[in-house]
Design a protein around this ligand. Structure first.
Ligand SMILES: O=C(O)CCC(=O)C(=O)O
Ligand SMILES: [Fe+2]
Length: 425
């Protein structure tokens, strides 16, 4: 069944036997049941009919499928299926998979059936990305990251900030020359015309399949990666995108978070006006480090929407607005959900981002006490007080969030270091 429909399905379906006699019917319903987090649920309904071989339309008991009107309500019967001996009917479930069984008319024949549902995951955290082990080191951090973030003292500052607040925003993360080339190369990159869905979960544009295939073909070819470095075309995106899944970057993450990265998922995506994700965009089963590089062309106006919001127990914990060449790192607790708010029609340019989730193989991360590891965001955000208005393009003014001292310190540090470097040079 999984091969037929192309969805991941659990191996054990629900199964029951039904008997409809003259006068029996089943009124319109959708069969659509999902778990609370909207992560898992019924995916496929199936019915195996065990009726007499001479069962005909006039005997009634048809399975009738509805189409929907503009309010998504069942409208008219679009398909009527007459039960047939030893035949299986199946269909995908959704909030609009309305169907019914019409009244059995025959007074002699009995409509027996075996029917049930296949369950499975509704979506994965990143729609197409798979978690893969970081690829062996082939990159030099200095080729990408602004020198200020490679300084040992600053790495310690970032670690402290992450331990305290569970998130950090690193401005001017990539070297200027690298980021400029990246923006140029993004302009050359093709995005899927049709947004990814389903629309009750997400709507945004992914890189064209052909571009992704290119990425795959070249992933493990070191020579090619070196070639991209000097490329000005879309290949330069590959070069940067691949860097983030490398062992060398995983080691950097380890140094600033104490996490041992064993897996990374990635997605290169673009939110155009009208695009968004809803809160069941991701699993809440495991703690992960969300790392996002904002590849936008200019200054983002919060009025355009498009913020990345973190919520738990219906409370907003954090909102991050895109900033050109900013890297955000959020240590997300199991149970904390992330969504990207609707980008409205005022947006002057799309919100393009490279989005990564890093995993540590330690499942209990964040629940351990008294060690050096970074606490989960839920625990971390509680002890934050005050406002954040003075942080440009940073975190929305959420009740109970204090100044992000760490970032200002680091920014000051950047300036100091730049001065020193200029002095020396
Ligand atoms: O028996 C059928 O054709 C459909 C049954 C059904 O919709 C159900 O049991 O939920
Ligand atoms: Fe049903």
């Amino acid at each position: 069944m999984s091969n037929l429909v192309g969805f991941d399905l659990d191996y054990t379906p629900d199964l029951s036997v039904h008997k409809y006699e003259k006068g029996n019917y089943l009124l319109c319903h959708d069969d659509d049941i999902k778990d609370d987090a909207f992560m898992h649920g019924r995916i496929i309904a199936f019915i195996i009919y065990l009726v007499d071989e001479d069962w005909s339309k006039d005997d009634g008991g048809a399975l009738e499928l509805f189409n929907i009107n503009s309010q998504s309500h069942p409208d008219e019967i679009s398909l009527s299926i007459t039960p047939k001996w030893n035949t299986i009917a199946f269909f995908a479930l959704s909030p609009t998979s309305y169907h019914q069984v019409s009244e059995v008319i025959s007074s002699t024949k009995i409509r027996y059936s075996i029917s049930g549902w296949f369950h499975g995951p509704l979506n994965t955290r990143l729609s197409r990305a798979e978690f893969i082990a970081p690829v062996p080191e082939v990159f030099d951090l200095k080729d990408f990251i602004s020198p200020v973030y490679l300084n040992e003292k600053n790495k310690q500052r970032i670690l402290k900030k992450l331990q305290k607040d569970s998130y950090i925003l690193l401005s001017k993360f990539l070297r200027d020359d690298v980021f400029d080339k990246l923006i140029t190369s993004i302009r050359e990159t093709g995005w899927e015309e049709k947004p990814t869905g389903p629309p009750f979960i997400r709507k945004y544009h992914l890189l064209k399949d052909s571009e992704i295939d290119n990425f795959k073909d070249n992933n493990n070819n070191n020579n090619n990666i070196k070639d991209y470095k000097d490329s000005s075309s879309s290949s330069f995106c590959k070069y940067v995108y691949d860097f983030f899944k490398s062992k060398s970057f995983a080691i950097f993450i380890n140094e600033i978070s104490n996490w041992q990265i064993t897996a990374v998922a990635r997605e290169f995506r673009q939110f155009q006006p009208g695009n968004y994700t809803l809160i069941h965009d991701q699993g809440q089963d495991r703690i992960g480090a969300d790392v996002t590089l904002f590849c936008i062309e200019g200054e983002w106006d919060e009025k355009w929407g498009g913020g990345t919001h973190y919520v738990a127990d219906e409370h907003e914990l954090l909102a991050i607005y895109p900033e050109k060449n900013m890297l955000s790192i959020v240590i997300r607790d199991a149970g904390t959900l992330r969504f990207v708010k609707y980008v409205n029609s005022h947006a002057a340019f799309p919100k393009t981002e490279m989005s990564f989730i890093y995993w540590d193989d330690d499942d209990d991360k964040g629940e351990e006490e008294g060690d050096e590891e970074v606490e989960d965001i839920e625990g971390g955000v509680e002890d934050i007080e005050g406002g954040v208005e003075d942080i440009e393009g940073g975190v929305e003014d959420i009740e109970g969030v204090e100044d992000i001292e760490g970032i200002e310190d680091i920014e000051e540090e950047v300036e100091k270091i730049e001065e020193i470097e200029e002095g020396e040079g």
